[in-house]
Every structure is written in structure tokens, then in C-alpha cells.
Ligand binder design. Structure first.
Ligand SMILES: Cc1cc2nc3c(=O)[nH]c(=O)nc-3n(C[C@H](O)[C@H](O)[C@H](O)COP(=O)(O)O)c2cc1C
Length: 199
């Protein structure tokens, strides 16, 4: 029988949602949640994680910065879409900007540095869920906008992997069905494997 314990239940029940209301985690609870990122595998101890949190009265100015970056990235973007994004970032209780301190010249390939950031972000999403909060990882081409990154304090080699929108899940808990793991697992017995998912 597979193990049944709290940690397993947390890992097997996390799901993303944009139904996020106050409160977001803060203080020691937030630091504990972010600390889980440092448990991610990290080839060469590059420590590439950089988190920037945006909350409270600073959300409006951040939303303005973000929309300006969107406009620069796609000058044809409809103003209704820009306005929707502005309102979203101004209203979501907390945004965690996922920064990546990348070293293209290091022995460790940049892909692996990026994967360490992603693994850290996943730990944060799971920790948010474990602590009773919700989150969703979002992204956009605008995150590569040089001016935007600079205004946030990132250097040329510090890129953005996306944003975690964070808060408390509004209403009922998120349930989302997942496919059967058998579709994504194959046992290697000497011959090439075939995955159910690819049939
Ligand atoms: C790097 C990355 C970027 C993402 N960007 C977006 C995004 O911009 N918009 C979006 O709706 N979902 C985005 N997603 C997907 C959501 O975070 C989420 O995984 C998806 O809605 C499925 O929900 P689930 O996490 O419960 O499976 C992104 C996921 C990753 C890993």
C-alpha cells in the first residue's frame, strides 16, 4: 500500500488557481515558504533563486511597470487586455517575481541553472498549498523587457522565470483531475519503451 501522510496529501492535491483573495502569507510564514526553494536540487551550488515580493500599496505601481513593459513588447496589444492585466496585478494580494541569477559562462549549463529555479518555484507552490494558501505561476514575453527588469533591480544576467500570483483561495478548494500516472511511466526492460500518453 502506498504511504498516506500529510506531506503526500499536500503534494497530491496542489492545483493552480487564479481565485485569489487576501490574505497572502507574510512575515515568518512567508520566509518559511520561500525557504523551501533552497531545498531544490542545484547543480554546482549556483544558488540561482531570486525572489521579489510585491504587496500592499506597491502593487499599483508594479502593475503600471508591468503594463508598460507589455506595451513595449507588443505595441499592438489591445488596451482592454492591458487594463485587465493592470487590474489583476494591482488586485492580487501578492506577486512573487521569480528571478534567475544566471551565469552563462559557468561550468554548469544555463539550462540546469534554470531548472534549479523552476524546482525551487515548485517547492514554493507546494509550500503555499501546505500552509493553506493558493498560487499560480504565470508568465509573458514582457518579462524579458530590459527596462522592466532593470527597474526591478535585476542585472543583465538576472532573468525572470515568471510570477507567482499568491493569496488565499476564494471559495471552495481547487480540485482538478489529473491523468493516470501509468500513461507517463514505463518500465525499461532492455527494449525501447513506449508511453501510454503517446499512443
Ligand atoms: C513557466 C510557466 C509559465 C506559465 N505561464 C502561464 C501563464 O502565463 N498563464 C497561464 O494561464 N498559465 C501559465 N502557466 C500554467 C499555470 O501555472 C498552471 O500550471 C496551469 O493553469 C495548470 O494548472 P495546474 O498547475 O493546477 O496543473 C505557466 C506554467 C509554467 C510552469
Amino acid at each position: 500500500m502506498p504511504g498516506k501522510n500529510k506531506a503526500m496529501e499536500v503534494l497530491l492535491s496542489r492545483a493552480s488557481t487564479d481565485r485569489l483573495i487576501a490574505p497572502a502569507p507574510k512575515g515568518a510564514v512567508l520566509m518559511q515558504i520561500l525557504s523551501t526553494s533552497l531545498r531544490a536540487p542545484d547543480h554546482g551550488r549556483m544558488r540561482p533563486w531570486r525572489f521579489v515580493t510585491v504587496t500592499g500599496k506597491h502593487r499599483a505601481a508594479f502593475a503600471d511597470l508591468l503594463v508598460a513593459a507589455m506595451r513595449r513588447t507588443d505595441p499592438d496589444m489591445k488596451s482592454a487586455k492591458l487594463e485587465k492585466k493592470r487590474v489583476r496585478y494591482a488586485e492580487v494580494p501578492m506577486t512573487i517575481i521569480l528571478g534567475m541569477d544566471l551565469h552563462p559562462d559557468a561550468k554548469i549549463p544555463v539550462d540546469e541553472q534554470v531548472m534549479a529555479v523552476a524546482a525551487g518555484a515548485m517547492n514554493v507552490l507546494n509550500a503555499l498549498h501546505a500552509a493553506g494558501f493558493g498560487g499560480m505561476w504565470v508568465s509573458g514575453a514582457f518579462q524579458n523587457d530590459e527596462t522592466f527588469r532593470k527597474m526591478l533591480g535585476f542585472t543583465r544576467e538576472q532573468k525572470i522565470a515568471g510570477f507567482l500570483q499568491v493569496g488565499t483561495v476564494e471559495g471552495r478548494a481547487v480540485t482538478s483531475n489529473r491523468p493516470d500516472i501509468d500513461l507517463y511511466h514505463a518500465r525499461w526492460k532492455g527494449d525501447p519503451v513506449a508511453f501510454g500518453a503517446d499512443k
